[in-house]
Write a protein that binds this ligand. Structure first.
Ligand code: SF4
Length: 353
């Protein structure tokens, strides 16, 4: 792993903005027989985000992607905890060992988060302008008047018309789409190096979803910020990502540049997710779906965590956990079929009902 702590200045320049290594998030799962039992909701997750890069983390709910996002700002809700041995390095700072003051400086200033439901993330008793200006009060020495001017300018930048008036309104006076624009304005007001957006459009209707994604794309192009987008929607991934990380049951099961993932997915879970995307002109009356649901971390099957749902599972999958291995340029996948390609071919050629 390369980090900005390296002395060589060339290497330091090339170090990723975010480097997550062997991340484990643990929850107590004690029983009467064994109160000390723990469950791993995220287990051994490693990935990087380069400066200015747009990376999507994709998977169904319960796969650990939101917890992974929260851990980057040390916001894992108790009683969950990040296990020792995990490492999160952001722009040269070791997030997991930072003191509170430095962590507070990084949150909001250099690394900001946009949540799924702005109504719960915004304070209902403060105007939206006051809430954005508060970020400037904490992190800058700007005067009150300058903070307000910057706030109104930022609201204009995220596409809010008549921003000076809107800034004085309370969250409940704005539409869902406008509230999400306010959250984006609040996240971007300090020009952070990394924005983490956790399902930022899930609570919005389809037209507004498209507008918000377009806004994020446009702001990223203009500001050069890196974006880590958490989503269950591979349609969003195609629009937004340069690189994709697919998670299942707390593990990374595939990681690839977006074109490679869509053109040649290697993990059966990724293939299932892709097959479930609705396509124009497809006249079949139902979507292909992956049967079953993500198992809780307390009830993972032996061997491969995807085994119970995998149409290609074979005996080895029950006894041995697959490793994440390279399958191409910047492309990794976690499946036993990778070193048993003859099974993959036989399955692909077998007739199905
Ligand atoms: Fe399916 Fe086996 Fe691959 Fe797991 S290791 S995804 S069960 S084929």
């Amino acid at each position: 792993m390369t980090t900005a702590a390296t002395c060589d200045p060339t290497t330091a320049r090339e170090a990723p903005l975010l480097d997550v290594h062997a991340l484990q998030i643990v929850f107590p799962a004690g029983t009467r027989a064994d109160p000390s039992l723990e469950a791993y909701a995220v287990d051994g997750v490693s990935f990087t985000v380069a400066r200015g890069e747009s990376v999507c983390v994709v998977g169904e709910s319960g796969c650990g992607k939101s917890l992974t996002a929260l851990s980057l700002l040390r916001l894992v809700p108790p009683p969950g905890r990040i296990a020792s041995g995990s490492r999160i390095v952001f722009d040269g700072d070791d997030i997991l060992t930072l003191d509170r003051e430095r962590l507070r400086a990084i949150r909001g200033q250099h690394m900001a988060m946009i949540f799924q439901e702005p109504m719960t993330a915004l304070n209902p008793v403060l105007s939206v302008g006051e809430q954005i200006a508060e970020v400037l009060r904490v992190h800058t020495t700007l005067s009150r008047a300058d903070r307000w001017a910057r706030t109104v300018a930022m609201l204009t930048q995220v596409g809010i018309a008549d921003a000076a008036t809107r800034a004085k309104q309370y969250p409940h006076e704005l539409s869902g789409g406008m509230r999400q624009r306010v959250m984006i304005a609040m996240a971007l007001i300090m020009s952070p190096k990394l924005v983490i957006a956790d399902e930022p459009t899930t609570a919005l209707d389809v037209t507004i979803q498209a507008q918000i994604l377009e806004l994020l794309r446009d702001l990223r192009a203009r500001t050069g910020m890196a974006l880590l987008l958490i989503t269950h929607d591979l349609g969003v991934v195609a629009e937004m990502a340069s690189r994709v990380i697919v998670m299942y049951a707390g593990r990374v099961v595939e990681e690839a540049p977006v074109q490679a993932l869509f053109a040649a997915p290697r993990h059966p879970y990724t293939k299932g997710l892709l097959a479930a995307i609705p396509r124009l002109g497809d006249d079949s009356d139902r979507l292909l779906t992956i049967s079953g649901s993500v198992p809780p971390p307390t009830a993972l099957p032996s061997g491969c965590a995807f085994r119970d749902r995998c149409p290609q599972a074979f005996a080895r999958c029950a006894t041995e956990e697959p490793a994440l291995v390279s399958v191409g340029s910047a492309h990794r996948a976690r499946c036993h079929l990778i070193d048993e390609p003859q099974r993959e071919t036989a399955w692909a050629e077998a007739p199905r009902a």
